[in-house]
Design a protein around this ligand. Structure first.
Ligand code: CTP
Ligand code: MN
Ligand code: MN
Length: 509
């Protein structure tokens, strides 16, 4: 039987004398100098506490008899974070802000491992807000205890139930404005702030609610404070009324128009799309021409029913050439979104040769061209070389063969046939992305193409900063061991990274 469980399951059984706290244990060598533990007796009991203290000391941990300022880790059992905090406050000891409040399960894992193990969300007790102090619990009550929030989106579960829209919408406007002004660091700071609030299970109603939440810099805190107090942010209001912001927002809504083109048009004095469209001196790329031609369809988002209908089209075409291909809808729809700006598909085939794989997309394009379903396409050939080390650039594109398309989707192919389209037109233009990846890379490609962009940024950042590994859409490379880590599934990639698995619908960071 497990000694820890045994000690736990029989707390009332009298232990022999040498187990009592009064006993002076022989000195043990301290192996882990950085940690100073204190085990809380409250609700644990004297006997079990003494047992765990002795055991931890024997394993080389420094365990204090009394609480002091030097303590770095408080271990408690059957106590919530609030209870531990309450007890701490009575002790009149100036606790450091770095103090970790941990469940006994962490200590037990350390004992098994014979060394300090990583503190996961499951171990950490963190006090959030005192429920009783809130005069109005708001739409959703804040739980008194929420686990410590990670600064990495890949360690948070972010569903589409965002209870902090007021704040995240504001942050996204500010982030976008910084993006338009090519201020990358402020752009990222506001995207991170929006992302962390999306993961909260409660609505922020007072400044107290954001205590201890990571990724909220002063600028973001000020916006939150203003919204709480005045119902709106003056900075957001200014941005929304800003001519440059409005123009960039409008121009970049055209497929094929990025920051550079927007900047040019803005400087030339353009403010509306109709003026741009009808200007005889401007030159447009093939992509922009398509963007203007199908503008109305493309700005009206793709519904799930439309995405499913596109999925049928894609399968029909791909399976005509590679019957064993796996075709997965990725992107926002895989994360459970009800609408999207496009439909993304990952295609991989276990039995095909490199040549068959390489020819697939051009065959599909020819087929759709013949059927007059192809409104635009840009085929990007694979630049993938096996020998190459993975890319160090976090936001880099991958090397897979891919195709960015605009397809003609006939209304009759859409189930429920909800056609809110212009009269006379029997189809809608839909943006579609197709990616083909070699079978052994499918798990990495799937993880990379499922998003969200913020989730991807953070899981890569986590891999490199916390694990000394490089993750991209093709591979996971361990820099310490100097090997590529294989994975058959997304679950295996998370496991390689030492992360709890996050389901696709929890990646809406
Ligand atoms: N992606 C990528 N390489 C690209 C383009 C996209 O790895 N060249 C990844 C992005 O990281 C993103 C996912 O593919 O997470 C889907 O991209 P996109 O369609 O732009 O975003 P969605 O999350 O699907 O959002 P939407 O619903 O607006 O389409
Ligand atoms: Mn998408
Ligand atoms: Mn896409």
């Amino acid at each position: 039987m497990d000694p820890f469980q045994m000690a736990h399951s029989s707390p009332r059984k009298k232990r022999p004398r040498q187990m009592s706290a009064s006993m002076v244990s022989p000195p043990h060598d301290i192996k882990f100098q950085d940690l100073v533990l204190f085990i809380l007796e409250k609700k644990m009991g004297t006997t079990r506490r003494a047992f765990l203290m002795e055991l931890a000391r024997r394993k080389g941990f420094r365990v204090e008899n009394e609480l002091s300022e030097s303590v770095t880790h408080i271990v408690a059992e059957n106590n919530s974070g609030s209870e531990v905090l309450e007890w701490l406050q009575v002790q009149n000891i100036k606790a450091s802000s770095q103090l970790e409040l941990l469940d006994v399960s962490w200590l037990i894992e350390c004992m098994r491992a014979g060394k300090p193990v990583e503190m996961t969300e499951e171990h950490q007790l963190v006090v959030r807000r005192d429920d009783s102090a809130s005069p109005d619990p708001g739409p959703q009550k804040t739980p008194p205890l929420v686990k410590k929030i990670s600064p990495y989106a890949c360690q948070r579960r972010t569903t589409l139930n965002n209870c902090n829209h007021v704040f995240t919408d504001a942050f996204e406007v500010l982030a976008e404005n910084y993006e338009f002004r090519e201020n990358e660091s402020f752009y990222l700071a506001f995207m991170r702030a929006a992302s962390v609030l999306k993961s909260l299970p409660f609505t922020i109603i007072s400044m107290k609610d954001i205590e201890g939440i990571p990724c909220l810099e002063d600028k973001a805190r000020c916006v939150i404070e203003e919204i709480i107090e005045d119902g709106e942010s003056s900075e957001v209001k200014t941005v929304l009324n800003d001519e440059r912001y409005q123009s960039f927002k409008l121009f970049t809504s055209v497929f094929g128009v990025g920051l550079k083109t927007s900047e040019k048009w803005f400087r030339m004095g353009f403010r509306t799309l109709s003026k741009i469209r009808s200007d005889k001196t401007l030159k447009f790329t093939k992509m922009q021409k398509a963007g203007f031609l199908y503008y109305e369809d493309l700005v009206s988002c793709v519904t799930r029913a439309e995405a499913e209908a596109v999925g049928v089209l894609v399968k029909e075409a791909i399976w005509a050439f590679l019957p064993d291909a796996f075709i997965t809808m990725t992107g926002g729809f895989r994360r459970g979104k009800k609408i999207g700006h496009d439909v993304d598909f990952l295609i991989t085939s276990p039995g095909s040769t490199e040549e068959e794989e390489q020819e697939l997309l051009s065959k599909v394009i020819k087929l759709w061209e013949r059927k007059e379903l192809l409104l635009y396409y840009d085929l990007v050939e694979s630049t993938f070389e096996k020998a190459k080390l993975p890319s160090r650039q976090v936001d880099a594109l991958d090397h897979f063969q891919k195709c960015f398309l605009i397809l003609k989707l006939h209304h009759q192919r859409v189930e429920s046939g909800k056609s809110s389209q212009q009269e006379g037109k029997t189809w809608k233009a839909i943006r579609v992305d197709l990616v083909v990846c070699p079978y052994e890379h499918r798990a990495f490609a799937l993880l990379g193409w499922t998003g969200s962009r913020q989730f991807e940024r953070d899981i890569r950042r986590y891999a490199s900063h916390e694990r000394k590994m490089i993750l991209d859409n093709h591979n996971l490379y361990d820099k310490t061991k100097r090997i590529f880590l294989k994975a058959e599934s997304e679950e295996e990639i998370f496991a390689h990274l030492g992360l709890d698995y996050i389901e696709p619908w929890e990646r809406n960071a």
